[in-house]
Design a protein around this ligand. Structure first.
Ligand code: IMP
Ligand code: MG
Length: 166
C-alpha cells in the first residue's frame, strides 16, 4: 500500500472544508447527509469542523462491486426528513457521477430547500454524468484508492490515510 494522502493532509483539508461550509451555511437550515458506508469517516470529521447548529442523516447507496461500477444504484434512507431543509450531501469519492446523480434525483423528489454536494475525493477524469459538486477536497487521477472509509470488497475502510494498492 502506498500512501496517497496522509492523515495530516486529510485533517487540514477537512478543516478548510468545514470553515468554508460554516461561512456559506451559517444562516441556513443545514442537514448533513452521510452517504454510507464510504463517507462515514469523512463525515464524522467534517461535521466536527462545521461551527453551527446542524442536523445529520444517513442514506445508503450501492453501485460498486470490486473495482468497477455496476451502473445500477440502489438507495435506502434511514427516516430522512428533508422537506424545507438545506441538504449537504457528504460523499467520499465521485467517480462516474452515476451514484450521486441518482441520489440527487431521489432527494429532489422529497422537496428539500436546496441540495449541495461535498466530496473528499473527485475523479473528474472519470465523470460520465455531470454532478454539481460545490466543495471538493482533492481532485485525483484514475486510481483505485482505499482507506479513510473507502474499501476494496469491504476491506481497508479503517485505514486512517488514503492509499493506493501497488
Ligand atoms: P460513481 O457512481 O462511479 O461516481 O461511484 C461512486 C462510488 O463508487 C463511491 O461512492 C465509492 O463507493 C465507489 N468508488 C469509486 N471509486 C473508488 C475508489 O477508487 N475506491 C473505492 N471506492 C470507489
Ligand atoms: Mg460512496
Amino acid at each position: 500500500m502506498k500512501t496517497l494522502l496522509s492523515e495530516e493532509l486529510i485533517k487540514s483539508r477537512v478543516e478548510d472544508l468545514g470553515d468554508q461550509i460554516t461561512k456559506d451555511f451559517h444562516t441556513k437550515n443545514l442537514l448533513c447527509i452521510c452517504i454510507l458506508k464510504g463517507s462515514v469517516l469523512f463525515f464524522a470529521d467534517l461535521i466536527r469542523n462545521i461551527g453551527m447548529d446542524l442536523q445529520i442523516g444517513f442514506l445508503k447507496a450501492s453501485s460498486y462491486e470490486g473495482q468497477s461500477s455496476t451502473g445500477k444504484v440502489t438507495i435506502h434512507d434511514f427516516d430522512l426528513e428533508v422537506e424545507g431543509k438545506d441538504l449537504l450531501l457528504v460523499e467520499d469519492i465521485i467517480d462516474t457521477g452515476l451514484t450521486l446523480n441518482e441520489i440527487v434525483k431521489y432527494l429532489q423528489a422529497k422537496n428539500p430547500r436546496s441540495i449541495s454536494i461535498v466530496t473528499l475525493l473527485n475523479k473528474e477524469c472519470k465523470r460520465k454524468i455531470k454532478v454539481p459538486v460545490k466543495y471538493s477536497g482533492y481532485v485525483i487521477s484514475d486510481l483505485f484508492v482505499v482507506g479513510y472509509g473507502l474499501d476494496l470488497d469491504e476491506k481497508y475502510r479503517n485505514l486512517p490515510y488514503i492509499g493506493v494498492m501497488e
